[in-house]
Write a protein that binds this ligand. Structure first.
Ligand code: C2E
Ligand code: CA
Ligand code: CA
Ligand code: CA
Length: 284
């Protein structure tokens, strides 16, 4: 928009005007979606690469738009983030993921260690001190609060950049509530190893840009090797993301990576499909 004088703005670019209209439409549609059952969480298994056992799942948001069909998170999370809609949206995600975790915990129950559900948090959510109270309230509203809920959060370095101090404090409090903490997309942000030691992470998730070349690219292998040394030194677990081929799996295993996530093992699935996979792996 260009200033046209006397506080008036003129839009000269019709495509820009379309973009603005599109954004506003999208924003109100998303606001509507939260309250009208258009959102769904998919879950992608994280497996022990040696045994194939499902150890945890990552909750990934999907939007079933009444006209446009399925919309993937990359197409609406950034807008939700900019507009602040991520706060109610994120609350919806945390609530539903925790409820699902509690249900699955009852199914696996005595049959083995509980399945952990990991939830993505964006910058705006972590920068919001009320997040901790919201999570506490959600946990208190869970049925069967005698058993500790197995859940976790995933945060990127970039998301913490905005306010490292507040982020660190929020993360520590979430951990005290029993949340497992993962550093997501590791290696893609402004990697600041220095503050890593001050943050209460349990797990490093190696980004799929490094997994991609691990079977044929010596550089990727070197980078992963140094990430593993770092994780080891700091006492962190490691998950390799985006594992798509047997060759990648083998190369990662040879480097000593135990836990993997990717299309090779399973795509993100509805809760019902995950449940069937769990049943099968319990019977196996
Ligand atoms: P992310 O946290 O890095 O999640 C992993 C993404 O990689 C998912 O995309 C997943 O489907 C995809 N993926 C998994 N395995 C493979 C593989 O083998 N190959 C390839 N090419 N991709 C794989 P998805 O579901 O489209 O989510 C994209 C991003 O949207 C997520 O990246 C996360 O940053 C964000 N997101 C998703 N759900 C939520 C949510 O509930 N809250 C927030 N704040 N962000 C979310
Ligand atoms: Ca993630
Ligand atoms: Ca990731
Ligand atoms: Ca990502």
């Amino acid at each position: 928009a260009k200033r046209a004088g006397r506080g008036q703005y003129a839009c000269f670019d019709p495509s820009l005007r379309e973009q603005v209209a599109e954004r506003i439409g999208m924003e109100s549609a998303l606001r509507h979606a939260i309250h009208h059952d258009e959102l769904q969480l998919y879950y992608q298994p994280i497996v022990s690469a040696a045994t194939g056992r499902i150890e945890s799942v990552e909750a990934l948001l999907r939007w079933h738009h009444p006209e446009r069909g399925l919309i993937m998170p990359d197409a609406f999370i950034p807008l939700a983030e900019e507009t602040g809609l991520i706060v109610p949206l994120g609350r919806w995600v945390i609530e539903h993921a925790c409820r699902q975790a509690a249900l699955w915990q009852r199914i696996t129950g005595s049959a083995g260690p509980a399945l952990q559900v990991s939830i993505n948090l964006s910058a705006r959510q972590i920068a919001q001190p009320r997040l901790v109270d919201e999570v506490r309230a959600i946990l208190q509203s869970m049925p069967g609060d005698d058993t500790r809920l197995h859940f976790g959060f995933e945060v990127t370095e970039t998301a913490m950049m905005h306010d490292p101090q507040v982020s660190a404090e929020t993360l520590s409090q979430l951990r005290r509530l029993g949340a497992h903490l993962s550093l997501d997309d590791f290696g893609t942000g402004y990697s600041s190893m220095a503050y890593l030691k001050h943050l209460p992470f349990d797990t490093l998730k190696i980004d799929r840009t490094f997994t991609r070349g691990v079977a044929e690219d010596g550089c990727d292998r070197s980078i992963i090797r140094s990430m593993l040394a770092l994780a080891d030194g700091l006492g962190l677990d490691v998950i390799a993301e985006g594992v798509e081929t047997r060759a990648q799996q083998q190369a990662l295993l040879a480097l000593g990576v135990q836990r993997m996530q990717g299309f090779l093992f399973a795509r993100p699935q509805s809760a019902a499909v995950i449940e069937r996979m769990l049943d099968d792996s319990l019977k196996a």
